[in-house]
Every structure is written in structure tokens, then in C-alpha cells.
Ligand binder design. Structure first.
Ligand SMILES: C[S@@+](CC[C@H](N)C(=O)[O-])C[C@H]1O[C@@H](n2cnc3c(N)ncnc32)[C@H](O)[C@@H]1O
Length: 241
């Protein structure tokens, strides 16, 4: 498995207690290999859950993070920011993906770990909503559970049992690349299946053993995709309409 030296600094029990899927900090460190983040940048952490990744981004990259989630109470996230000492850099926001409270062109980057597939796997969301939030030249990054191929006639045995209806949102890397690429809004800078996805998945997730057993053919993977928004803006108002 690839090395994740930044992730190693974090307490494994803290990660296990707060992760809502496969080790989100590893996935964010993997994604960040494909991004160029600098202190002071404004970053949307979309579907941050219990905000492990938001804390990680603030601490490791010095960026200002808007920790946006739906299912998790923002006051509980704030408690985690207080404990981590990042309240000056991370802001807890409760908002649904289709009614986000941000100005167009506000963010330098928008990232999302194990979440984007819930609301972004349609033709409309990226061009009409999500892409507008980031300034021209800004960056996007997602890591989503996916399949190594597309399925046209039903899914492999056990997938429904294991992932429930979520499996309908699982797609191949080529499918994701096309979804964003065809909009012409971004240049895709990376799109690949994470190396040793099963090992990463096993790293602390309760269903790990069951998952390995069910996915004999290793069709389940974790898709990493990064992109840069095309264009250059002249000033802050010259944006994203
Ligand atoms: C599997 S959890 C992953 C959370 C976190 N990124 C992690 O890896 O631990 C998916 C997250 O996506 C968020 N989410 C799902 N649908 C959403 C929507 N329509 N709008 C905003 N967030 C959404 C949920 O609130 C949830 O915390």
C-alpha cells in the first residue's frame, strides 16, 4: 500500500470512532497528492461527515475549511474543532448539496471524500451547481466508492446485501471522468482507482472482513478524481455565471 505519512500522525482510535466509511484521512491524503493546496486557500469539504478530513486539511495544509455536511450536527462538529484546536480555520456548516449557502466563485478548491456519489452522480449537479462554487483556475477533488467496470445487466452477487441502495451510485473511473469532462468546464488532472482499495477499505471499517469475502473478483474500488476549472477571472465578480 502507498505510504500516508501525514495520516500516520493521527490517532487510529480517533479515526475509527469518527469515520463514516473507509479511512477518510487516508483518502484525503491520497486525493491531496493530486491537488495543490496552500495556506490561506478557502476549501469546501463537501459531505465531511464528522469532519476528520476538515481538521486534517486545516492542520496539514493551513487552508481555511468550510466543513459542510447534512447528516451530522454542526454543533457536534464544532466540538471536534475545539478539541483539535482548529476553530480559527474550520467552520461547521449544515447544508444540503442542492441548496448550498455559498457565493459563486468563493472557493479555491472543493473536495469530497466518500460522499459526492450520493448527490453528484447525475448530469445536472456538477455543471449547474457544484462547479460554480469554485473560481476559475480552482480545483476539485473527489474520492468515491466505485466499481472497476460498469454493469448493464445487474450487479454482482452480494453487492446489494453489502452496500444496499448505495451500489446504484457506484461507477467506474471512466464514467466519472466522462461525467465531468463532457461539461467542458474542467480539465481532468487525475482519475484512477486507488492502489490496493481493499486494504484501504479494511483499515478500520467494521464491514471490512465481510466486504473482502463478498467481493471475490475485486470489482469494488475507490475512485480518485481531480480537476482544474478552466478560465482565468479578472476580478472576484467576473465569475461563474
Ligand atoms: C458515508 S458518509 C462520509 C462522511 C465523511 N466524508 C467520511 O468519510 O467519514 C457520507 C456523507 O455525505 C453526506 N451527504 C449525503 N447526502 C448529502 C446531501 N444531499 N447533501 C449534503 N451532504 C450529503 C452525509 O451527510 C454524510 O456525512
Amino acid at each position: 500500500m502507498r505510504k500516508y505519512p501525514k495520516t500516520e500522525k493521527y490517532d487510529k482510535n480517533w479515526i475509527k470512532e469518527n469515520q463514516m466509511g473507509p479511512n477518510p484521512i487516508i483518502l484525503m491524503e491520497e486525493l491531496c497528492y493530486n491537488l495543490d493546496l496552500h495556506p490561506g486557500m478557502k476549501v469546501l469539504d463537501m459531505g465531511c461527515g464528522k469532519s476528520l478530513t476538515s481538521i486534517f486539511l486545516a492542520k496539514e495544509y493551513g487552508v481555511t475549511v468550510f466543513a459542510n455536511d447534512l447528516w451530522i450536527n454542526p454543533t457536534d462538529n464544532l466540538k471536534r474543532f475545539v478539541e483539535a484546536g482548529v476553530t480559527d480555520k474550520v467552520f461547521p456548516i449544515h447544508a444540503e448539496a442542492h441548496s448550498l449557502p455559498y457565493a459563486n466563485g468563493f472557493f479555491d478548491a472543493a473536495v469530497s471524500i466518500d460522499s459526492y456519489h450520493y448527490y453528484g452522480a447525475d448530469e445536472y449537479f456538477f455543471p449547474m451547481i457544484y462547479s460554480k462554487l469554485v473560481k476559475p483556475g480552482g480545483q476539485f477533488g473527489i474520492v468515491c466508492p466505485g466499481f472497476t467496470q460498469e454493469y448493464d445487466n445487474g450487479f454482482p452477487d452480494n453487492m446489494n446485501e453489502l452496500f444496499g441502495n448505495d451500489m446504484f451510485t457506484f461507477h467506474s473511473k471512466n464514467w466519472w471522468q466522462k461525467l465531468w469532462g463532457k461539461t467542458g468546464i474542467v480539465e481532468i488532472t487525475a482519475c484512477y482507482n486507488i492502489e490496493n482499495a481493499h486494504e484501504v477499505w479494511l483499515d478500520g471499517v467494521e464491514k471490512g472482513e465481510e466486504f473482502i469475502h463478498a467481493d471475490k473478483d475485486k470489482v469494488v474500488t475507490l475512485v480518485v478524481m481531480a480537476a482544474v476549472k478552466k478560465g482565468h477571472r479578472k476580478n472576484v465578480y467576473d465569475i461563474c455565471e
